[in-house]
Design a protein around this ligand. Structure first.
Ligand SMILES: [Mg+2]
Ligand SMILES: [Zn+2]
Length: 181
C-alpha cells in the first residue's frame, strides 16, 4: 500500500464553469463529467482538496464571507452527490488591488498550509487546474500536474498530462495508480 495521495483541485474552470468573475451562489454550474470524475477519484482513495484564487474579494465584487458561503454551498452540492471535499483554501488578494501576497497561485502559500493541516509531502500531490498558474503552482510545490483544458484559456506551460475534464483525470489516475504517479 502506497501513501495516501492528495488531489489539489482548482475550483473555477476545473470543477465548475468559469464565468470569469464568480460571485453568486447561482453561478454554480458543474462542468461536464466533473462530478463523475470526483466520484471516481474518491472511490480510488484520493483525498480531495480545493485551492482557489478568489481575487473577486480584492476587486470588491463580493466579500470574504460571500466566498466562504459560496464554497460551503458548493461542498453541499457535491456532498449531495456523495463527493466529500476534505478542505477548501482560497486567496482573497490581487497584486493590483491589495499588493503582493504569499498565497495567490502560483505561489505555494496555500498548499503549504494544507500540507501542515493534512501532513502530506510534495510526492503525495497531484495538481489539477485549467490555467498556467495552476500548472506552475503544482510545479512550484513539486507535485504532479494535470491540465484540464476546457477550451476557455490558452496555456503554454506543459503539465504532466493534459485532458478535457475531471473524468479523464480520474482515468489517468486509475491507469497510473500501479506505478504511483
Ligand atoms: Mg481556474
Ligand atoms: Zn493571497
Amino acid at each position: 500500500m502506497t501513501k495516501k495521495q492528495y488531489v489539489i483541485l482548482d475550483r473555477d474552470g476545473t470543477i465548475i464553469k468559469d464565468v470569469v468573475h464568480i460571485t453568486k451562489i447561482s453561478d454554480i454550474e458543474f462542468l461536464p463529467h466533473a462530478i463523475e470524475g470526483l466520484t471516481m477519484m474518491q472511490e480510488m482513495g484520493f483525498e480531495l482538496i480545493i485551492i482557489t484564487n478568489q481575487a473577486v474579494i480584492a476587486r470588491k465584487m463580493c466579500t470574504y464571507d460571500d466566498v466562504v458561503a459560496f464554497n460551503e454551498e458548493l461542498l453541499k452540492h457535491l456532498e449531495s452527490h456523495g463527493v466529500k471535499i476534505s478542505a477548501t483554501y482560497f486567496c482573497p488578494h490581487h497584486p493590483e488591488f491589495t499588493g503582493e501576497c504569499i498565497c495567490r497561485k502560483p505561489k505555494i502559500g496555500m498548499v503549504k498550509v494544507a500540507a501542515k493541516d493534512f501532513g502530506f509531502l510534495p510526492s503525495q500531490t497531484i495538481f489539477i487546474g485549467d490555467k498556467d498558474s495552476d500548472t506552475q503552482f503544482g510545479k512550484n510545490y513539486g507535485g504532479k500536474t494535470i491540465l484540464v483544458d476546457n477550451g476557455q484559456y490558452t496555456t503554454a506551460i506543459p503539465a504532466d498530462f493534459k485532458v478535457k475534464n475531471l473524468e479523464q483525470v480520474a482515468e489517468i489516475l486509475k491507469n497510473s495508480s500501479t506505478k504511483v504517479m
